[in-house]
Structure formats: structure tokens, C-alpha cells
Design a protein around this ligand. Structure first.
Ligand SMILES: [Zn+2]
Length: 203
């Protein structure tokens, strides 16, 4: 008897593998490199994978992640997550910038699962960015998803495009901030946030 077993193919949206590699090979050749030498043989493939990882934030729906991690609470004190490390790439030079982000918000009946905040920072950092937009996107996303009374984000970063190219070597650190709602309107809220960020946690 003929089998009528259905063949189910699982279709997963997947990026084409290695499609950037030949382009990287061309770049290396343009730079005068011998792409056949041992050290470079697998480099196009590695760069392909690295670039896809470093831009994986484009393919992650952060709102979905956050919506699944909202909790009703009576708590109405400031929530602060400080010293969130991040690594991103500047969209002007495709060079890394990295640093720390401090995120705070004043809950309005809802809090976001604490681990989701560093996760969100990663999602936005793993895109081509400028520091100002990265800071704004984190603040605005919290505002939109959790509807808190206010959000404050401070970002300190060092930029390879300044450090490596010899531009402003001494001042390669930059600070940006985004203050929304109560953090913008109320000096006491902003001051409380800044005091908590500056206070050593003793760890
Ligand atoms: Zn740059």
C-alpha cells in the first residue's frame, strides 16, 4: 500500500549563509591583501558571521519580549538598573563603541522583569547605531511598553572611531541621556536617579 504520510517541512526564516563573505573577500583584495594566505582563508566567512551577530538586533522583536514580561504591582518606587554593559557599532564608521548604560523608571502599576532591561539594551546595541539614538530608543521603548510615570537613561561610551583614528584621543568618552516624563519634569526625580547611579553599590 502506498504511504500517505505527509511530509512536513519546517520553514524557518533564515538568513542566507555566507552571502556577505564574497563581498568581504573583495574588500580584502581592494586593501591589497592576499586572500589566499592561510590567516585570511576563512576570514570572509568569519566576518560574515560576526557582522550578522552584531546586527542581530534588527531581527529581534523587543516589544514581544517585553510584553511577555510585564507584571502588575503596587510598587511605586524608582526602579534602577545600573552598569549595564553594552557593545555596539557606530553607523558612521562600522567601528565599535562600548560602555555602560544606567536605566531607571517610575512604575505606574506595571514593572518589567528586571532581566529584560539588559536584554533590551543588547537588542538595540546589536544594530548600527549612534550613541544618542541608542539612548533614546531604550528610554522610549520602556515608555511605550510599560507606560511608567517617567524614564531616565544615561549612557557612557567610548568610541573606537575616535580612539583608533586619533581624533580627540583624550576625549573619546561620550555621555548621553534621555529623560522622559517625571525624569524630565521633576528635578527631585532626576536628582534621585543621578544619586543612585553615582552611589557605589559596594559589590
Ligand atoms: Zn564613528
Amino acid at each position: 500500500m502506498k504511504s500517505h504520510k505527509a511530509v512536513v517541512k519546517v520553514m524557518r526564516p533564515k538568513e542566507p549563509e555566507g552571502d556577505i563573505a564574497p563581498l568581504i573577500k573583495q574588500v580584502l583584495e581592494k586593501l591589497g591583501e592576499d586572500t589566499a594566505r592561510e590567516g585570511l582563508a576563512r576570514t570572509p566567512q568569519r566576518v560574515d558571521q560576526a557582522l550578522k551577530f552584531l546586527t542581530s538586533g534588527y531581527r529581534t522583536d523587543i516589544r514581544k519580549i517585553l510584553n511577555g514580561a510585564l507584571y502588575e504591582v503596587k510598587y511605586d518606587e524608582m526602579v534602577v538598573v545600573k552598569d549595564i554593559e553594552f557593545f555596539s557599532m557606530c553607523e558612521h564608521h562600522l567601528l565599535p563603541f562600548f560602555g555602560k548604560m544606567h536605566v531607571a523608571y517610575l512604575p505606574n502599576k506595571k514593572v518589567i522583569g528586571l532581566s529584560k532591561i539588559p536584554r533590551m539594551v543588547d537588542v538595540f546595541a546589536r544594530r548600527l547605531q549612534i550613541q544618542e539614538r541608542l539612548t533614546q530608543e531604550v528610554a522610549q521603548t520602556i515608555q511605550e511598553v510599560a507606560r511608567p510615570l517617567g524614564v531616565g537613561v544615561i549612557c557612557e561610551a567610548r568610541h573606537f572611531c575616535m580612539m583608533m583614528r586619533g581624533v580627540e584621543k583624550q576625549h573619546s568618552g561620550a555621555m548621553t541621556s534621555a529623560m522622559l516624563g517625571a525624569f524630565r519634569d521633576r528635578k527631585e526625580t532626576r536628582d534621585e536617579f543621578l544619586a543612585l547611579v553615582n552611589k557605589s553599590t559596594g559589590y
